[in-house]
Design a protein around this ligand. Structure first.
Ligand SMILES: [Zn+2]
Length: 220
């Protein structure tokens, strides 16, 4: 399987690749996206061009996008209702960009559309890196904090917990991120349970296998 990964830093992209392979249970070939993004809203801004570039200029099967939620509105099951779209939810926003950008693209490189994988790390990828190490850090804990108006932890505290500093070098950040996600490489269930924003990505990825199998069998 060939795919591109768009996230907020090269360290994030390396870690996301490990998680994608863990869900798909196979190694993947990574196509570099045409543009780099740094944080939100940069990812949302470059996404349409990245989708079009991958669709027309590469034979990538899909694109995985993972961003931090920061203080945005969290995606909840009611958002999944057909036609619903929450303008301040990053999951809804990114899915909306995928939908709008891929809708009228003509087929290219033997495929009708680029497959979509979207994950939102609540409140940031460092929370995923602490999964299984600190039981207080979950998407539900963050959602409860938003509800009460008292956050259980800050993003800076998460960074300190993960890297031992809130300003890690890229090399240190990458090394630590990879070590943490590799703990889940044989079983992603805990991460899916604690972080619905990761479970949504896992569900997108599992649907890829079905799409790719059906394309392969229909072209025989
Ligand atoms: Zn949403």
């Amino acid at each position: 399987m060939k795919l591109a990964i768009l996230s907020e830093s090269p360290a994030d992209e390396a870690a996301v690749q490990v998680l994608v392979e863990a869900v798909l249970r196979q190694p993947v070939a990574v196509v570099k996206p045409s543009l780099r993004a740094r944080g939100w809203p940069s990812v949302a801004q470059v996404l349409p061009s990245v989708i079009r570039h991958l669709h027309f200029n590469t034979d990538a099967d899909g694109l995985v996008v993972v961003v931090d939620a920061d203080d945005s509105v969290l995606h909840t099951p009611p958002h999944d209702a057909p036609g619903y779209y929450h303008p301040r939810c990053r999951m809804c926003q990114l899915r909306g960009i995928f939908r709008k950008t891929t809708k009228n693209l003509p087929p290219a490189h033997g495929r009708t559309r680029l497959l979509r994988g979207v994950g939102i790390a609540v409140p940031a990828l460092e929370a995923w890196y602490l999964c299984g190490r600190d039981e207080r850090v979950t998407e539900a804990a963050w959602a409860a904090g938003q509800h009460r108006g008292v956050m259980p932890y800050t993003r800076k505290e998460l960074k300190n917990r993960v890297y031992g500093t809130d300003r890690p070098t890229l090399a240190h950040e990458t090394e630590v991120a990879l070590a943490e996600v590799r703990r889940h490489r044989h079983d992603t269930r805990r991460l899916e349970y604690d972080f619905p924003g990761f479970a949504a990505l896992a569900s997108d990825l599992r649907s890829w296998k079905e799409s790719l199998t059906s394309i392969a069998s229909s072209s025989k």
